[in-house]
Design a protein around this ligand. Structure first.
Ligand code: GMT
Length: 380
């Protein structure tokens, strides 16, 4: 199959999922064409089946808001036509689904039929997409997609709730990890770099947006540290960085926190961590939590959105209400209190991650592609 994948190339989960999916499809022999405004951060070109097409928007002075969606649609027309793609798979509704719809119509006018699948990832439905100024376009683009997937049951429900005029069936295909990428050993020597006196190592990975409530990470850590000697690693960067720096000074915990910034492959660092903190306001899925579990790291998270579909309370970690710092700290201390408990949670976290291995999820996407193509052949 020749598949075009449209995604954001940045560190966000939707881009990561799209990239890993494309790479896995290429390994299985499909030809995969990524279309974005820069090469996706996790993309490696080790497979000859992978191609990248850049969308470059002209910066003509008239454009206060460069028309990315139009340029993307034109690019899609071009790539579909000249690379003879069989289908497009767009990740994140805004503006990828409407650009795909536009490309589909242009191509139809030239006698070319290209089906497109939209995968909803989260903020396109729960935060940004909820903005009434997007609603008619998102609803329309979802309804016009040849198939629509959401990364969790929770996101599927949110889609129907936030977009009451969506009539399309939304199929749930959960996010995944490639377990083979998480085989790094946690050696005492490596761990000593961050926890020189055998402290427990807590970790948080995100894009430091408001929705991640990174301040709660610091407040939970502050409470844990008062009971159990601990250090905290922060991976990622974003708009909340300034507030975090201020808060760690207020709490006097800066010397116990190491900020590593944006890291393309955080797996070796996750491998040395003892506990992952994800106190988000909402997560449609929480890929970062799954990546931690794949590294044998239990998760303290909130119970919002799709997190209960990923983190099993009392097994792979614990969940609390949003903002319940006391509860999260108490649960963290419980997990970290002794090696036996910690090791049990670590093993459980890995067992939970195994359910989301790519080997179980990739066939769901391949089946969907085949169904969409079959329908399109029948109706051609
Ligand atoms: O979390 C973000 O702000 C990034 C965002 C994205 O689109 O990259 O993540 C969303 O998609 C991920 C992959 O499907 C999910 O694992 C995240 O839970 C989801 N984020 C939110 O719902 C806040």
């Amino acid at each position: 199959m020749k598949i075009g994948i449209v995604c954001y190339p940045t560190f966000g989960g939707s881009g990561v999922v799209a990239t890993e999916l494309g790479q896995a499809l290429a390994e299985k022999g499909h030809e995969v064409h990524f279309i974005s405004y820069s090469p996706p951060v996790r993309l490696d070109f080790l497979s000859g089946n992978i191609f990248y097409h850049e969308v470059s928007v002209s910066d003509y002075p008239l454009f206060e808001y460069p028309p990315y969606e139009l340029v993307l649609a034109s690019k899609l027309v071009d790539v579909v036509k000249y690379e003879k793609l069989d289908l497009l798979h767009v990740h994140y509704a805004i503006p990828h689904a409407s650009a795909a719809y536009m490309a589909k119509q242009i191509l139809a006018s030239q006698g070319i039929n290209i089906p497109f699948i939209t995968t909803l990832h989260g903020t396109d439905i729960t935060l940004v997409g909820k903005d009434p100024s997007f609603e008619p376009v998102i609803t329309f683009a979802i309804n016009q997609s040849d198939a629509v997937t959401a990364v969790s049951e929770s996101l599927k429900e949110d889609t129907y709730k936030n977009f009451p005029n969506v009539r399309k069936e939304v199929k749930v295909i959960p996010n995944f990890i490639r377990l083979d990428d998480y085989k790094f050993e946690s050696t005492t020597c490596k761990k000593k770099m961050y926890a020189p006196n055998g402290e427990r190592l807590l970790i948080h990975v995100s894009n430091f947006r408001k929705v991640k409530r990174v301040e709660d990470v610091l407040r939970v850590f502050d409470k844990v540290k008062k009971v159990i000697p601990s250090k905290l690693i922060l991976i990622g960067d974003g708009p909340e960085r300034g507030n975090i720096e201020k808060l760690c000074r207020e709490l006097d915990t800066c010397s116990d926190i190491k900020s590593l910034g944006k890291i393309v492959n955080p797996e070796p660092i996750l491998a040395i961590a003892d506990l992952f903190l994800l106190p988000s306001e909402t997560e449609s899925f929480g890929l970062a939590a799954l990546e931690a579990m794949a590294s044998k790291v239990p998760v303290i998270s909130t119970n919002s959105g799709g997190l209960p579909e990923v983190n099993v309370n009392g097994f792979s970690g614990y969940m609390s209400n949003v903002g319940d710092i006391e509860g999260m700290a108490k649960n963290a201390i419980h997990i970290l209190q002794n090696d036996d408990t910690l090791n049990q949670f670590k093993a459980n976290a890995y067992a939970q991650a195994e359910k989301f291995d790519i080997s179980k999820i990739l066939p769901m996407y391949e089946k969907l592609y085949a169904e969409v193509l079959e329908k399109n052949t029948v109706f051609k």
